[in-house]
Design a protein around this ligand. Structure first.
Ligand SMILES: [Ca+2]
Length: 101
């Protein structure tokens, strides 16, 4: 998994493609932002995909506050992309089993 993420990080085009696909999937009502419910589902899907432990509601809320850079209550694509890139970097640097959750 780490190698897959590393390759994505090294190729902006591929990373953008992956991020877009994931964002589109998460944006269930297709309004181009991720609302809190969609965010919750998205985090579950992401943890499932990456084999990470499922966070609880409080952790999801804290994460959402961190990702929502302009505090609009919703996550736009740019915010999502920054979040995803940082997450991938953290996984590549520390290894998937050594993340703080
Ligand atoms: Ca939405």
């Amino acid at each position: 998994m780490e190698q897959v993420l590393q390759r994505l990080l090294l190729n902006e085009e591929k990373f953008d493609g992956f991020a877009k696909l994931f964002f589109r999937d998460a944006d269930v009502d297709n309004n181009h932002v991720i609302d809190p419910n969609e965010f919750r589902q998205m985090i579950f899907a992401l943890c499932d995909e990456l084999g990470l432990p499922m966070p609880n509601d409080e952790e999801i809320k804290q994460l959402r506050d961190k990702v929502d850079l302009n505090h609009s209550g919703k996550i736009d694509y740019n915010e999502f992309k920054i979040f995803l890139k940082n997450l991938f970097k953290e996984i590549v640097e520390k290894g998937i089993n050594n993340l703080n959750h």
